[in-house]
Design a protein. Structure first.
Length: 133
């Protein structure tokens, strides 16, 4: 009779040990945000809460005119090869060969001086507007 009880205790111990394993589960893998931007307080912000902008000189849909020196102060909201356009968000190829996100055809940018969530230092710059849905 001792033998079957020992077998049950040993089996339960193994089950408990495997449940407490520190191995990461497949459910804990990182999943990137579904969209490049979210709406917060009526404006578009990137996934870190940084304000996004549009450029008045971008008159053609999905075409950036912010090239050469412009991107140093107004970094484009770049898309990765794994990103997929959906809904009002599109991805287009820039003149430099990189890919950029656009919202309703308007290329999206960040402003170099916006360092933290909620900053809107590019708001007063000529030809630049805060991106809104």
């Amino acid at each position: 009779m001792k033998h079957p009880l020992s077998l049950v205790v040993a089996s339960l111990s193994l089950v408990l040990l495997s449940a407490c394993s520190s191995e990461p589960s497949s459910e804990s893998t990182y999943v990137p945000p579904a969209f490049p931007a979210v709406v917060k307080d009526g404006i578009l912000v990137n996934n870190n809460g940084i304000t996004l902008y549009t450029f008045d000189k971008d008159v053609m849909p999905n075409k950036s005119t912010c090239n050469v020196k412009c991107p140093f102060n107004w970094p484009p909201l770049f898309a990765t090869p794994d990103d997929t356009a959906k809904g009002d968000y599109t991805i287009f190829e820039r003149d430099d060969g990189m890919t950029q996100w656009a919202y309703k055809g308007k290329p999206l940018y960040q402003y170099l001086e916006d360092k933290k969530a909620g900053d809107k230092k590019g708001e007063s710059k000529p030809d630049w507007k805060i991106a809104k849905p």
